[in-house]
Design a protein around this ligand. Structure first.
Ligand code: HAM
Length: 418
């Protein structure tokens, strides 16, 4: 779990602002949800025999003995909120986004943490593949706007319906049992718990065995296969390259049909930056009427890692625009008042008052280090004559201004196009 400080957060904020702008342009609305949900909810929705539920949840009992869990992901809480607040009665379809910390007790490594931030989006009530396409276009636009689209690859698959997967699982298990002695410990365990996860094993020996195994797509209904093919064609039509990965199955049980991941080879082993898919049965499983759903989540730390590795947005953000210096204690009140007036007129400018007990030379030196554009010096003489001395630290010029003239000078320096 990490602490984040201003320098790091400056980069986060720039990234977040772009992501939010893109979400707004597709009419997604923000929601904020609790960090805690009932443990039972995650068990039911994510699946009892997934890694998350089996070994990664931070669960505890509250004072009344109810088991609660720090959310390991955002989708389940989002659906709980929709159902609990009867939002589908007011409107049949919704597009939401959220940003916040998630918690998983995983083995930490680069790009994998126990508290991490996800920016996620969920769409409810649209059951055609149009929305699958919109989600791919939207996520692709994120990467374009951030300038990283050539460093991410889209992998996509259809995992069909639950019925198809049950049939396929039986075939896969009977095939793998013939090779059981060659399986590693993890896959042997999964053979009896969650055999589909063996498909995305990183062990090359397992992948060799799987080459002769049954294929999930042969168990998926004809119409879903056609729809999926059409979706892939539409993705290409919009100029987005993708890799069809028939072994992409995802680690949460709630998905059906389309699943996808955006990966980067730039950030080490934990290379999935954004992942998602359809979950058309989850509402029903959580006790509501059947409502289709689809969504994705971006691992923000991984996205930041990628942006850093590509040196994007590495330019220094100015922390100070105007540096205010008063020469003696008697001038302090005037300095504060003047700074307030500047903030009233120019609310976006960063105005810093040096309150330290330093000599004037030191204060000016600090103004230069702060990389402020203007330094305003206030001394007894200036106050008597009702003007201040303004140093343009970039042009290395200085002039005395009355207050009104000062405001015009600030406008010229910060807002007039040259
Ligand atoms: P997920 O694949 O479990 O899906 O997580 C989504 C993304 O969160 C991952 O691709 C990764 O970037 C990031 N992530 C996951 N675990 C960690 C970790 N321990 N440390 C750092 N980053 C991590 C979900 O959570 C689904 N709720 C996504 C979704 C939304 N599907 C439909 N709607």
């Amino acid at each position: 779990m990490h602490d984040y400080f201003p320098e790091e957060l400056a980069l986060w904020k720039r990234i977040e602002n772009i992501l939010k702008e893109v979400l707004m342009s597709y009419c997604y609305l923000e929601i904020r949800l609790p960090l805690l949900e009932k443990t039972e909810l995650f068990k039911r929705a994510i699946g009892n025999i997934t890694d998350i539920v089996e070994k990664e949840m931070y669960s505890f009992q509250d004072r009344k003995g109810h088991s609660l869990t720090l959310r390991p992901e955002g989708t389940v809480g989002c659906i709980r909120a929709i159902i609990q607040n009867c939002l589908l009665k007011k409107k049949k379809h919704h597009r939401f986004w959220y940003l916040g910390p998630m918690f998983r007790y995983e083995r930490p490594q680069m790009g994998r943490y126990r508290q991490f931030y996800q920016l996620g989006a969920e769409v409810f009530g649209i059951d055609t593949k149009d929305i699958d396409l919109e989600i791919i276009l939207l996520t692709n636009r994120f990467w374009q706007r951030l300038g990283i689209h050539s460093h991410l690859t889209l992998e996509i698959n259809s995992i069909g319906s639950q019925t198809a997967r049950v049939q396929y699982k039986t075939e896969l298990v009977s095939f793998l049992k013939k090779h059981e002695s060659l399986l590693d410990e993890d896959c042997k365990r999964r053979l009896y718990t969650n055999p589909l996860r063996i498909l995305d094993s990183k062990n090359q020996e397992i992948q060799k065995i799987l080459k002769d195994g049954p294929l999930l797509k042969n168990y998926i209904d004809f119409s879903e296969n056609v729809d999926f093919k059409n979706l892939c064609n539409m993705i290409s039509f919009h100029g987005i390259k993708y890799r069809y990965n028939p072994k992409l199955v995802r680690g949460l049980d709630y998905y059906n049909n389309t699943v996808f991941e955006w990966k980067s080879s730039q950030i080490g082993a934990q290379n999935t930056i954004c992942a998602g898919g359809r979950y058309d049965n989850l509402f029903q499983e959580m006790g509501s009427q059947k409502t289709s759903g689809i969504g994705f989540a971006i691992g923000m730390e991984r996205l930041v890692l990628l942006m850093k590795s590509l040196n994007i947005f590495s330019d220094v953000i100015k922390e100070v625009d105007i540096y205010v210096i008063f020469l003696s204690e008697e001038n302090k009140n005037y300095a504060v008042k003047l700074s307030e007036e500047i903030r009233n007129i120019y609310p976006k400018l960063k105005v810093f008052i040096n309150f330290f007990n330093q000599n004037i030379k030191k204060k000016i030196k600090n103004a230069v280090i702060s990389s402020a554009r203007l330094a305003i010096l206030i001394g007894d003489n200036n106050m008597k004559q009702n003007h201040v001395l303004v140093k343009d630290l970039k042009k290395r010029t200085e002039h005395c201004f009355e207050k009104d003239e000062l405001m015009i000078k600030i406008n010229d320096v910060f807002y007039r196009r040259t």
